[in-house]
Design a protein. Structure first.
Length: 491
């Protein structure tokens, strides 16, 4: 384990030509203090977690001191927000501080959220508040625990600096960590500003540092293969979102990672009751980013990226690659659903089985996570008569009884043992998810100086498929008020 001063840096993004952003120093927060640090992310960076409690760590990541090797830089990009192109985007409250090389030779971006005004702040103050930092901190840990591709968060820090939103809140920073912060919007910026030579430069940078196997291909095939990888990774990410019941809330192209990582957690939400049209973002008035629209929106975003790459890839090649998205997504999603139901091989009847189940869950407003977790524990011989075990989830049991008999019949086609089925289900149906009401309770406690719930959630969410009896309350049915929390982009 290392201290901060022992980190090894290689700031490759700064080797790109001018025009990719602006060097900016973070603006200090007053009387800063640590809220929480994630030990798992510390291990990724070879950082001793104890160093996070040192004043140097707190001061460096709140803009009150500098670390040798850091070169703070606000990245410039654009993107489509709710379907409309916005040329004025960029790191408006974030800074790429540097790239740390760990002992395994991996390059990790260190990025601050809430570090103050940059040239891309668009009349904003460049600050983040405690609630948004806590939500992203816990969400990234939750997604990582679920095995879903995501950015990470090392730590949350807060301060006495007042930040003015609907109310006066504490200015805070989130220390974000990921392989790259490159977005669809980086390529859109270069395309719409006519910097087509730099599109190839950025694409070559992406390939060199993140898709090195493609470097040996000639230029005619290299960029098409790069785009294919982005499409494939995005399809797998969306399939994982849909299977676990995660709604991102703001799938603008500037919030889409070229590495297929879940990026920029804002007004996200995990499903409580199964609601296909669930809108987690209070500001999404038209439901553009509703849960059931995420697969099609991701394709829309990929099409926008393809258009931005049209100086490198011809139109027919772009269309050919985009045509692979839906079958890739469907195949990945089918595998996820097979695992959630413990099916050891696909069957032609599975689509009907899924459709009947989702219609049933939607019609009775059944808790998505609790249904699958409960089903995971039931032995195969007991399934046809197990409806009573779901009585707290369903208002009417006869429709469930009908589906359970259909499911039990489907299981007769299995070649694996029932113990294997249940193990697969228990390892693919989490007991713990970051429900909005849990995040809200953790936030409210932290605002009063109690960070214990943040740390409890961090532990529980790191192994969400384990029983963890001491955290049983975090897996309970949400109260009625907890299903109706309004989350917006305001942060």
């Amino acid at each position: 384990m290392k201290t901060l001063s022992q980190w090894v840096f290689n700031n490759t993004f700064l080797t790109l030509p001018e025009g990719f952003g602006t060097p900016v120093s973070p603006q200090p927060l007053t009387q800063p203090f640590l809220i929480s640090v994630n030990p798992q992310v510390c291990r990724t960076l070879d950082l001793d977690p104890k160093s996070a409690k040192h004043p140097d760590f707190i001061n460096i990541f709140t803009g009150n001191d500098q670390l040798a090797g850091f070169a703070p830089f606000a990245m410039k990009y654009t993107g489509h927000q709710f379907g409309q192109y916005n040329p004025d985007l960029g790191d408006g409250r974030g800074l790429l501080m540097g790239e740390v090389i760990n002992n395994a030779g991996e390059k990790w971006d260190i990025h601050l959220k809430g570090s103050g005004i940059t040239p891309y702040s668009r009349m904003g103050d460049g600050r983040a508040v405690l609630r948004s930092c806590i939500r992203e901190y816990l969400a990234s840990a939750a997604m990582h625990g679920l095995g879903i591709a995501t950015t990470h968060a090392l730590a949350v820090l807060s301060s006495d600096t007042p930040v003015y939103r609907e109310d006066v809140e504490r200015g805070s920073t989130l220390v974000r960590v990921t392989e790259s912060h490159l977005r669809f919007g980086h390529f859109e910026y270069l395309f719409y500003t006519g910097q087509h030579d730099k599109i190839a430069t950025l694409a070559d940078y992406l390939i060199t540092h993140h898709f090195p196997d493609l470097a040996k291909l000639d230029s005619q095939n290299r960029y098409q293969a790069m785009f294919k990888l982005i499409v494939t990774r995005t399809a797998h990410m969306i399939a994982d979102w849909q299977a676990v019941g995660f709604a991102h809330g703001v799938m603008n192209t500037d919030n889409m990672s070229v590495l297929g990582l879940t990026l920029d957690y804002g007004p996200f939400g995990f499903l409580d009751d199964y609601e296909p049209g669930y809108i987690c973002n209070h500001s999404d008035y038209t439901g553009r980013y509703a849960f059931n629209r995420q697969p099609s929106i991701a394709l829309w975003n990929l099409s926008a990226l393809g258009y931005a790459l049209s100086s490198l890839i011809d139109k027919q090649q772009i269309e050919t690659v985009l045509d692979t998205y839906e079958p890739t997504l469907q195949a990945a999603y089918n595998i996820n659903m097979q695992r959630k139901l413990g099916l050891d091989a696909p069957s032609v009847t599975d689509a009907q089985l899924y459709e009947e189940l989702f219609a049933l869950l939607a019609s009775q407003h059944v808790d998505y996570t609790l249904f699958f977790r409960t089903l995971s524990h039931i032995a195969q011989p007991d399934i046809p008569q197990s409806a009573s075990q779901f009585r707290t989830l369903f208002s009417q049991l006869p429709p469930l009884e009908h589906w359970l008999k259909h499911y039990a019949q489907r299981l007769t086609l299995q070649t694996s043992s029932d113990e294997q089925r249940r193990n697969i289900m228990l390892n693919n149906n989490p007991k713990y998810i970051l429900r909005n009401y849990l995040a809200q309770q953790a936030i409210e406690k932290a605002e009063h100086g109690d960070v214990s719930m943040i740390n409890d959630l961090l532990i529980a969410l790191s192994t969400p498929f384990d029983e963890q009896p001491h955290f049983e309350s975090l897996a309970a049915m949400p109260p009625a008020w907890g299903k109706k929390i309004i989350i917006s982009c305001s942060s």
